[in-house]
Design a protein around this ligand. Structure first.
Ligand code: IPT
Length: 965
């Protein structure tokens, strides 16, 4: 058997211990190394100190070598990209040989370890020609004792890294396969067995500390005047607790023989009481994200600055928790989580998802040959990270089925660290864990779980045990492309049911890889013979950490303070786990048609966590123009992650009767609109089998000119116009194009089968009745009798062109519509849009919490969201009026009821055909679509069905709009 295929954990590696900062001398071996890449395993020999590597390439270490032109990144979700034959891997096993010659400082002495913080996936290591051993477990550290082998002066380190190994079977996470020495390499002069384990509880208002370490060591916490021998338990009455919201840390030093270890201690106690997870006695709610470690340029070697920036962006968007999907992160991330404040679920580097595709036959999680490796991974996770207050839960791994190795990992963890609950989602019986966890459970199922009324397990003992557990969604609301929708409804469940303690959105970042042409690649862009395409693009932020629109939605939904206004009363509810509201101030403003007319600050008493207060607002008179009151909660002072004035949340209330934000179901329309178009008779469908006579030459209605035969608008205020009378289709989003459940068809397929993307239009009648032009069109697709009868009534007041559009589905409709809209192709020389409606970002029926009524201006180009896989995007919701302007002139557009607007320089068909943003080229026209109704975004990609009000079922509908300057 080849050593890389041995199912064990490797050999020669020291027992795992905590990652610490100490004053032990250390020498970073990061830097330029010599490197040779081969597509399969070459003969050894390169480890000899005098081996001539002068014709090898240079490679930075740490690095993921495919990001530096050696081999290629490859993306698969569940599928193993090699035959499933554990523990064996193919001969085609890309191998990177690394060599570094380094000088040992003359002052160097004492026992020394060589530490690798992460090597993907298997490394064999030699120092000065002598083998140190073999390590697997990519995202886990490995230390080798090297004291005797070091020489004064020049030393040569040789590391052979294989892309594939037996370890790959345990590392089938949904991400790029990126081999390399991707974390730090360090030489540290410290005893090979020195370790510390901090137990820092918070009990009855007091810190309780015990530090396990070598006998005779002393712990000092100067700020608390503590100086105790390790091993002794001390109560520290003055200590303040640590939480994600108030991350109070105390600097401490442990003095060991020959080494001083610097610690940052946070006092907190995690427990499950009466079926609820509590920290320091308080129920907490995870407003979390799943976070993979990815950099678009460096792959898995993520620079420290980026780690910090990621966390700052999270904090600024009210995210308070991280699941380290699906492996322990760079340890510096956990240091930052301690400091900035996050609840962390620390997950072992363990996933064998590809076995699901073969009905879990041969799953290594249940194969005794993999027992040692399984335990080794769990040990290395817990030992490395055990001293971080941010880590409040251990997770055995992700999607590894069930098996005795998982049970052994759980048992070991519980024994080693009883202070933190154990999590693993993959076993529904929860036999090995302390917390009930699901991924992508629907709202309805979460509600049942919230009531502790979920479907019972067959085994009554296990069922009773599980039913008494707290519940988390370890993954929910898949953020692939434009989406997800449905977040507020999950949040309501977390608010309503004590047991539902939040969850972790899937997922934080899009794993796009930056290519030479400046575009981001995804699965299939690197010549992979097997890949999962765009499924790797499912983040809340773009690869450069720019927020996607959904992050604004997350920010609002995860609000730590909720503001509501009803009957001139403002209610402020404190949703923090711990904090009161003393760090906040509350601003208000009053706008008339989006223009601020008054503003001020509200005096609100300090509200404790979990409490609310009501404040009577002064009577504010309504006004002719739409008047809205906005209240915002902002930070009073700068804090570690945002400046004074940073907004945590807002609310809006209309002071104009009859105006509102279309939050859920979209309004049906009154018969007569304010534009004064009286509804004429509706032609009955049966009478429409013949084409009505044309009305002669071109027809003029105010600023509009219509085609005499088709009745379509062809010119408007002198501009040539292309008019699509009815649109039911959109460029499919990633969520439109995929479902989780193989038994249901995705929306894209259903829409394409129904022909929504290839509608044909038959003019039924073009009639002039008085000053009204009535155009009736039958709309349908080939091969189906599902049609839509569309009747336009056009009028003008001399300046504006006004339309009332009545839409009636006929025949058998078996699919929802993507939208109900009309499109106009206008001159390309339009540049800017100003609108009064929801903004500043996009809004869809089930993702519009963050949008607020206001007056906004944007260039047409900036209205687009450059999703890495082009798709429907950028709709501005509830638009009352909009003005497009540019060199071509101006066009004012109004909607009644409000319309959604998308404005683009390409057509829907072009958007749908594009595979990367660079495929989209501005044409000669600006295409503007007015939607009366839209289908929601949902999150079907991973299973949760779209909620019915957001599911646009074919229906009779009338809407009105006007065009003119
Ligand atoms: C779930 C995985 O746990 C996660 O890694 C990611 O692949 C996610 O799916 C993407 O949707 S697996 C679950 C949907 C069966």
């Amino acid at each position: 058997m080849n050593y890389w295929e041995d199912p064990g954990p490797g050999y020669g590696v020291l027992p795992p211990r905590a990652a610490v900062r100490s004053d032990a001398p250390r020498l970073s071996l990061n830097g330029r190394w010599r490197f040779r890449w081969t597509p399969s395993v070459p003969p050894a020999g390169f480890e000899a100190p005098d081996f001539d590597d002068s014709d090898w390439d240079w490679l930075p270490v740490p690095s993921s070598w495919p990001m530096h032109g050696h081999g290629s990144p490859a993306y698969t979700n569940q599928k193993y990209p090699f035959p499933v034959d554990p523990p064996y891997v193919p001969d085609e096993n890309p191998t990177g040989d690394h060599r570094l010659a380094f000088e040992l400082p003359s002052s160097w002495s004492g026992p020394t370890v060589l530490r690798f913080d992460g090597v993907d996936s298997c490394a064999r290591v030699w120092l000065n020609g002598v083998e140190l051993g073999v390590t697997r477990g990519s995202r886990l550290p490995a230390e080798f004792a090297v004291g005797d082998l070091l020489r004064p002066g020049r030393n040569v380190l040789a590391v052979r890294v294989h892309q594939w190994s037996s370890g790959s079977y345990l590392e089938d996470q949904d991400m790029w396969w990126l081999p390399g020495i991707f974390r730090d390499v360090t030489l540290i002069s410290r005893p090979v067995d020195a370790d510390v384990f901090v137990h820092a509880d918070y009990v009855d208002g007091s810190g309780v500390l015990r530090v396990e370490s070598a006998p005779g060591a002393i712990v000092r916490i100067p700020e608390l005047d503590v100086e105790v021998p390790t091993g002794r338990t001390v109560a520290i009455p003055g200590a303040e607790p640590w939480s994600a919201e108030a991350p109070r840390l105390y600097d401490a030093v442990v003095e060991l023989p020959g080494e001083r270890i610097a610690l940052r201690i946070g006092f907190r106690t995690v427990e499950i009481v009466d079926g609820v997870l509590r920290v320091n006695g308080r129920r907490i709610v995870f407003h979390g994200v799943n976070r993979h470690e990815h950099d678009p340029v460096f792959g898995r070697a993520v620079p420290l600055e980026r780690l910090r920036e990621e966390l700052l962006v999270m904090k600024r968007h009210n995210i308070n928790a991280i699941r380290t999907s699906h492996y322990p992160p760079d340890t510096r991330l956990l240091e930052l989580c301690d400091e900035l404040g996050f609840w962390v679920m620390d997950e072992c580097d363990y996933e064998s998802h590809g076995f699901m595709l073969i009905d879990w036959r041969g799953n290594p999680a249940d194969d005794p040959r993999f027992l040692d490796a399984s335990l080794d991974r769990m040990r290395r996770t817990v030992e490395r990270d055990k001293n971080h207050p941010c880590v409040v839960m251990w997770s055995l791994g992700n999607e590894a089925g069930v098996g005795s190795n998982l049970s052994a990992m759980a048992a070991w963890t519980r024994e080693r660290d009883p202070s933190r609950p154990v999590h693993y989602e993959g076993d529904l019986t929860c036999a090995d864990v302390d917390v009930y966890s699901r991924m992508y459970a629907s709202h309805a199922e979460v509600e049942a779980i919230g009531k502790r009324a979920e479907k019972p397990l067959d085994d009554p003992v296990l069922d009773a045990r599980r039913r008494a557990m707290p519940f988390v969604l370890c993954e929910y609301s898949h953020a692939g492309g434009n989406g997800p929708g449905g977040l507020p409804e999950y949040e309501e469940l977390f608010d309503s049911y004590e047991r539902c303690q939040g969850g972790f959105l899937w997922e934080w970042m899009e794993h796009g890889i930056l290519r030479a042409d400046g575009s981001y690649g995804y699965g299939g862009d690197f010549g992979e013979e097997l890949h999962d395409g765009t499924y790797v693009l499912d983040g809340l932020v773009f690869p450069d950490l720019t927020p996607q629109p959904v992050l604004a939605e997350v920010h609002k939904v995860y609000e730590p303070v909720r503001l509501t206004i009803a009957d001139e009363v403002l209610t402020v509810t404190n949703r923090y786990d711990v904090l009161d509201t003393s760090h906040l101030c509350f601003h208000w403003d009053l706008t008339d048609e989006g223009v601020v007319v008054q503003s001020g600050t509200l005096d609100i008493p300090v509200i404790a966590s979990g409490e609310s207060a009501t404040i009577k607002l002064p009577a504010l008179p309504p006004q002719d123009r739409e008047r809205w009151l906005t209240v915002r909660a902002v930070l009073t002072q700068d804090c570690a992650w945002a400046g004074a004035g940073h907004e945590l949340t807002f609310t809006q209330a209309s002071l104009t009767p009859g105006t509102s934000i279309g939050r859920l179901a979209q309004p049906e329309v009154a018969a007569v609109g304010p534009m004064g178009i009286a509804r004429a008779h509706t032609a009955s469908a049966g009478a429409l089998s013949t084409t009505a006579a044309a009305v002669g030459g071109e027809v003029e209605v105010g600023p509009g000119v219509f085609h005499p035969v088709t009745g379509r608008l062809v010119r408007l205020q002198g501009w040539d116009v292309e008019h699509v009378p009815l649109e039911l289709w959109r460029a499919p989003t990633q969520h439109d194009a995929r479902t989780w459940d193989a038994t249901t068809l995705d929306r894209k397929t259903r829409w394409v089968d129904a022909g929504l993307d290839r509608l044909r239009y038959r003019t039924v009648a073009v009639e002039r009745t008085g000053d009204e032009l009535v155009v009736t069109t039958m709309v349908g697709a080939a091969a189906t009798d599902a049609r839509v009868l569309t009747t336009y009534r056009w009028r003008s007041d001399g300046e504006r062109l006004m339309a009332e559009v009545e839409v009636e589905p006929l025949g058998e409709w078996t699919v929802p519509w993507a939208r109900l809209g009309v499109t106009f192709g206008l001159p390309g020389r339009l540049h800017t849009m100003t609108w009064f409606g929801l903004g500043p970002g996009q809004a869809y029926p089930d993702s519009r919490s963050a949008a607020r009524i206001g007056r906004y201006t944007s260039t047409i180009d900036d209205l687009q969201v450059p999703y890495l896989y082009p798709q429907e995007n950028g709709a501005r919701g509830d638009v009352r009026w909009a003005e497009l302007s540019g060199a071509a002139g101006k066009l004012r557009l109004t909607g009644d009821p409000h319309v959604a607007l998308t404005v683009r320089r390409w057509t829907t068909a072009e958007l749908a055909a594009a595979e990367h943003p660079a495929d989209l080229h501005p044409g000669d026209q600006v295409w503007i679509t007015l939607d009366a109704l839209q289908h929601g975004l949902g999150s079907p990609t991973s299973g949760a069905p779209i909620l019915p009000p957001h599911d646009l079922q074919p229906r009779k509908h009338t809407f009105r709009f006007s065009l003119g300057s």
